[in-house]
Design a protein around this ligand. Sequence first.
Ligand SMILES: NC(=O)c1ccc[n+]([C@@H]2O[C@H](COP(=O)([O-])OP(=O)(O)OC[C@H]3O[C@@H](n4cnc5c(N)ncnc54)[C@H](O)[C@@H]3O)[C@@H](O)[C@H]2O)c1
Length: 461
Amino acid sequence: MRRLVIKDLEGDIENRTARISVIGQGYIGLPTSLLMAKAGFQVLGFDINEELIRELSKGRTRLDREEGIQELISSLLGERYIPTNDERDLMGSDIVLIAVPTPKNANGPDLRMVISALETALRVIREGGLIIIESTLPPGTFERIIVPTVKKHGFSIGSNIYLAYCPERALPGRLINELVNNVRVIGAIDDRSAQLTKLLYKTFVRGEIELVDPLTAEVVKLVENSFRDVNIAFANEVARICEALGIDVRKVRELANKHPRVNLLVPGIGVGGSCLTKDPLFLYWASLENGYEPIILKRARDLNANMPYHYASILDDVVRNIKNGETGTIAVLGATYKGDVPDSRESPVEPFVRELLRKGHRVKVYDPLVTEAFGGEYVSNIFEAVRGADAIAFVTDHSEFRFLNLSKLRKAVKVEDPVVLFDGRMIFNPKEVEEAGFIYISVGMSLSTHKLPIKEFITVR
Ligand SMILES: NC(=O)c1ccc[n+]([C@@H]2O[C@H](COP(=O)([O-])OP(=O)(O)OC[C@H]3O[C@@H](n4cnc5c(N)ncnc54)[C@H](O)[C@@H]3O)[C@@H](O)[C@H]2O)c1
């Protein structure tokens, strides 16, 4: 006998008897599953990656540096949180939440994984169940693709199935905290779907919950990341201006930020991660399709994407200066797109390394969290990585790097000639770097390094 559709699901959420399945057990899906399990639900964490599910079943995750995740797995695994890669386990789910990637390709957004996950959800959801999409959707996707797909499977939204879009906006490195405390924006085309989704999130979210139409939710999510990308681009632009004018961006930033209405971000070798590199483009493409070509979004994206090439070119010049025109050995420290996060997707370190290799240098790469080397030689120990290097490039702000003994690092290089330390994330005090025996170069510094022979450069400083 079919259950009473609307009242039952509300009651099941309130009583924590709703069976929840989460499709995708990555950065977003796993912590969200754990938080719902902690709130009292039985949660099936489904993923097509068999290795990931095997590891999770043993209580292991690559997100173990995220505060609280390991503890949640230890206390909930096998009881209220069950990882699986068998779709049959999900049959009859009351609620299915989708958290699979939405990458971009050369021509636009790639929605194949979201569609495939939605089709899984439609096969396993019980009649009268609720499907929530947390994966990032380009504007218009909910109404133009998601809703028709649901209808094609014979469901009637707001009648025998409920459907909402709740874009995730949590920051890796602070996932549990942000999943609980951030404001949530829920987009739905019918009131019932919105209310049921709100009821579910209220079981584990402390931030406010706002209900809007799906298109507004889609745009809000993308505007947030575009805001960040544009602001980083502005900081990077200021750094490039300072380089051109021959002054230090550190001082400019320090003084400008003393103004009550200025908050210039830290410039660096580029922007990475799966979200910031695609979300502004999703917004750009959608607007373009609808008749307005955004001016800032694309320029900001291009500027940020060019930063790794720019600094690879500067480092190439500096090393050739030291080596009388020859190429050299460069130790690249850091591979992930962000400090203390084991994620190298869309990392700006990749174009940086590939460009140095293309220019003919030997490149050794060390990262404490991942073994990715982007075509360079991976070295598992920082002191081994810097041995024999003509230049050391810090390109990720891992905590491990911030507290390094720089004199010890300089000794480990075992090279008498000048050795350059490129501070691509502005994490060091230039004076301390020079006292340790390195030539310090960084983002937003005088481009005399670029124009003058190295000996003159040293004299100038
Ligand atoms: N990582 C972030 O910082 C972040 C922040 C906010 C929003 N988002 C958005 O959240 C979504 C998920 O991102 P993520 O970083 O968690 O991705 P992720 O790559 O860490 O995890 C996604 C998981 O989904 C699995 N998967 C892919 N297709 C599947 C399918 N059809 N069925 C079952 N599993 C499938 C993959 O194997 C992978 O383990 C994306 O749309 C992203 O834009 C991510």
